[in-house]
Design a protein around this ligand. Structure first.
Ligand SMILES: Nc1nc2c(ncn2[C@@H]2O[C@H](COP(=O)(O)OP(=O)(O)OP(=O)(O)O)[C@@H](O)[C@H]2O)c(=O)[nH]1
Ligand SMILES: [Mg+2]
Ligand SMILES: [Zn+2]
Length: 300
């Protein structure tokens, strides 16, 4: 008797529930525990044999950070776009935005800045702060998940792409997903009256596919995002807004733009073409990369 052929297809991990994950393939879903020692995250492509997910396939990119225990933690994989969501409430923090931008550039993911809650930005203060990022050459969308303002253009930009909504708790990631994908209404949470911060309402990652072919991942809000796996040179090359000045070239090829003579970045800081705020943020990120690359830094 001949053995029946094994039917092999590729599935996608679309939800993470702690110990188990949901894998979608050929219009169906199944909930499984990843095989021993394999860590599957939302966005992973997996080989499915006769309806059983077996192993994850090579990832084209990974968004990673230093996790709570100090180890490398992969947040999302196989992304085209990183939707870095921010808002006037809770606190707009440009250094956190910079961290996400560097990590995205380094991973080969396109960063997109999303300023949500523009209905609360009465004097356009945050809109103008966010516009700085557009001036640095990054795509920027100013939106409101409640009224829908700006949402059409934002949604159109996601078509046929795999994107992840990331950012602090309470900035409105889930509200944005709910607005774009009416098929699923995930729970949203009010901000704490006492601290003004989000309450970490979303506790698991979920990816949906919309009618335009956009695959959008809603992830739990994070308190801190410290990129990992970057050398000081990576930071010197990936930093937002540096690109155009680096084209002119620094005198030294491995210039870290700190004290080196003939540095195109220091020259641009000196005459105000690079803002002091941005350069301070650069120094913070360079310091983190130097620390991580010290021999005694504990990684996984
Ligand atoms: N005024 C206003 N409120 C908004 C907007 N978007 C979201 N909110 C509110 O902000 C609060 C937090 O929204 P969520 O969507 O739960 O935020 P989140 O980023 O998913 O938060 P976590 O899941 O905790 O990470 C809720 O009370 C929403 O109603 C907006 O555009 N304008
Ligand atoms: Mg949420
Ligand atoms: Zn330099």
């Amino acid at each position: 008797m001949t053995k029946p052929d094994v039917v092999k297809v590729t599935g996608t991990v679309i939800a993470h529930h702690g110990a188990s994950v949901t894998v979608e393939f050929e219009g169906m879903t199944t909930r499984v525990k990843p095989p021993d020692k394999q860590k599957w995250v939302v966005g992973d492509m997996v080989r499915v044999e006769n309806g059983i997910p077996k192993e994850n396939l090579q990832r084209r990119n990974e968004l990673a950070r230093v996790g709570a225990t100090g180890k490398r933690q992969v947040l999302a994989v196989n992304l085209d776009l990183l939707l870095i969501v921010t808002a006037c409430q809770p606190g707009f923090n440009p250094v956190v935005l910079d961290s996400f931008v560097i990590a995205a550039h380094h991973a080969g993911i396109r960063p997109v800045i999303v300023l949500n809650k523009i209905d609360l930005d009465h004097d356009d203060k945050y809109r103008s702060a966010a516009l700085d990022y557009r001036n640095l050459g990054l795509p920027l969308f100013c939106v409101c998940a409640i009224t829908g303002e700006g949402m059409d253009d934002f949604y159109d930009a996601l078509a046929d792409n795999v994107s992840a909504l990331v950012g602090q708790s309470g900035v409105g990631k889930t509200s944005l997903l709910n607005h774009m994908f009416k098929g699923i209404q995930r729970k949203v949470g009010v901000l704490s009256e006492k601290s003004g911060l989000g309450k970490h309402t979303t506790t698991s990652s979920l990816m949906v596919t919309t009618a335009t072919g956009a695959r959008i991942l809603d992830s739990p809000g994070i308190r801190q995002f410290t990129p990992t796996g970057l050398t000081p040179s990576d930071v010197a090359e990936c930093f937002p807004g540096f690109m155009e000045f680096l084209e002119a070239g620094c005198h030294y090829r491995d210039c870290l733009h700190m004290t080196e003579p003939g540095c195109s970045i220091l020259a641009a800081v000196e005459d105000g073409r690079i803002e002091a705020r941005l350069f301070e943020s650069y120094k913070t990120h360079l310091g983190l990369a130097k620390k991580e690359n010290k021999p005694n830094w504990k990684k996984k």
